[in-house]
Design a protein around this ligand. Structure first.
Ligand SMILES: [Ca+2]
Length: 493
């Protein structure tokens, strides 16, 4: 719902600014938003919209298949990502941002709607979403457009017809998702305009890592991928120039059966086959290629950031950066996505808005990229979101205001099962297999090597997490999960 009179208020503000003496039209006009007590209360913030407080431009940058640690600023020593690092240095990095589903279409549908894609009938790529009009009419592009923005969508979409950019609030749609995308995005954001802009730059890489197995097999990768060249380069490198194997390279004991059950031998990246046939060198080559592809997309992002700076728009533009899911990156001898392991479900999430968002902060709270990005952007645009949405705006946290309450857990879903991440533990339950549950102590075992689900001393913690999942099912209408969730037995806690 649009805040009544909102558009005319900020347009009036633009006029007022033009009429003010030059000395008044300086950045100090951008006042801090009023203090709020909880993240819930900064969903759609009418209070922020004053005649002198025009909402910022918004740039949402999305990469494809980049896990949270694929940035130098997250401590990765095997690649250099200066553009991403600059956003982290000048803004906030959410270190525990989880996708709602670790594959493309459902994750992106969530980001575009703020809704768990499973409730729209999509738990895996290839499933057709059923998007009711109350959801599509309140999707990200439409909401931000309703706040009076000029809107642009560039690059990868991969959602459903109802959310095709030109039908979902975007004035313009540019299809290229590689080298031409920064150029088109820069051309859009530099245009003279009276309204603020909202631009989405949705890059394909480092998703081309999907073709590494084709290169290994000597098959030509599809499309415009240059992974074959990278693979040949890597073959000629001395071993010390390849990243080492990850600390959690081993397959965990008591790994739930579903991990192998859902590995298709016919997939472009046949993770189950690679688990068996890749030797250690091949895994290190895989990691090297993944680093280079991530650096490539970082360069594209850097071009956009440079143009923003040169255009003098940096101070009035909010940037949010994330990815749709990660890649297993050789951890547990796995490639690709679709798992509930950290490398698959945890993604980068950076926000920069100079002068407003605290620079250099790292926040550890549990964030859901699919649920929280939409209310966050709407808060900055000054537009209300439907009360039914589960997500929280990240604005108060990003701006350093006290947040009294925050979620106890985030849930990631897919066709194989559910993952529930609490502050200390990660609980997973799968639909199929003899051995269907895992419980990991993420504080003690961040590499997810020890499944505690069958350990008697963790029985109460397991029960508590089973109960959390039942709470989630009841409160979100996740009837699919009810069919396979484990019924908790009475425990002490
Ligand atoms: Ca993807």
């Amino acid at each position: 719902m649009i805040i009544p009179g909102f558009r005319s208020l900020w347009l009036a503000g633009v006029v007022a600014l033009v009429c003010l003496p030059a000395v008044s039209a300086t950045p100090q006009l951008r006042t801090s938003a009023p203090s709020r007590d909880s993240a819930q209360s900064d969903r759609g913030s009418a209070a922020d919209v004053t005649a002198t407080n025009r909402p910022p431009n918004i740039l949402l940058i999305i990469t494809d298949q980049q896990h949270a640690d694929m940035m130098s600023c997250a401590g990765n020593r095997y690649l250099k990502t200066p553009a991403m690092d600059s956003m982290a240095t000048e803004g906030i990095r959410f270190a525990n941002a989880y996708v709602t589903n670790p594959v493309c279409a459902p994750s992106r549908i969530s980001m575009a709607t703020g809704v768990m894609a499973g409730r729209l009938g999509v738990l895996n790529n290839g499933e057709r979403a059923r998007v009711p009009s109350e959801v599509s009419q309140n999707s990200l592009g439409k909401l931000i457009k309703s706040a009076g923005y000029d809107t642009f969508y560039g690059g990868k979409v991969h959602m459903c017809p109802e959310l095709n950019p030109l039908d979902a609030g975007y004035d313009e749609f540019f299809r290229d998702q590689r080298e031409a995308l920064p150029v088109a995005c820069i051309e859009f954001l530099k245009r003279e305009r009276e309204r603020p802009f909202f631009a989405v730059a949705s890059f394909i890489n480092p998703h081309d890592i999907c073709f590494a197995y084709s290169a290994y097999k000597g098959k030509s990768p599809r499309g415009k991928s240059s992974v074959e060249d990278l693979y040949q380069q890597a073959l000629n490198l001395p071993p010390e120039q390849l990243p080492p194997l990850p600390d959690n390279f081993r397959i965990p004991e008591l790994e739930p059966d579903a991990i192998d059950l859902y590995s298709k031998a016919t997939a472009v990246t046949p993770a189950g086959t690679m688990r068996k046939v890749y030797d250690e060198r091949q895994w290190r080559i895989y990691r090297w290629i993944y680093c280079r592809l991530t650096e490539r997309v970082d360069q594209h992002i850097g071009r956009i950031l440079d143009a923003l700076k040169r255009s003098g728009l940096e101070e009035e533009t909010l940037i949010v950066f994330t990815s749709d899911h990660g890649d297993m990156d050789a951890c547990h001898r796995l490639a690709s996505k679709g798992r509930f392991y950290e490398q698959s479900v945890r993604v980068p999430l950076l926000m920069r808005y100079k002068g407003t968002i605290i620079p250099g902060k790292v926040d550890e709270r549990l964030v859901s990229s699919g649920l929280d990005i939409l209310p966050t952007l709407c808060s900055y645009a000054g537009v209300d979101v439907p009360d039914s949405l589960l997500g929280n705006s990240l604005r108060s946290i990003a701006e350093g205001r006290p947040v009294d309450t925050w979620r106890e857990y985030v849930v990631t879903e897919n066709h194989t099962g559910r993952m529930l991440r609490s502050r200390q533990f990660k609980y997973c339950v799968y639909r199929d297999g003899e051995f269907r549950e895992s419980l990991i102590d993420m504080r003690e075992d961040p590499g997810e090597m020890r499944n505690l689900a069958a350990a008697p001393e963790y029985r109460d913690i397991l029960t508590r997490h089973q109960r959390y999942l039942h709470q989630w099912i009841a409160s979100t209408g996740d009837e699919d999960a009810r069919s396979f969730a484990v019924h908790h037995k009475s425990g002490r806690d």
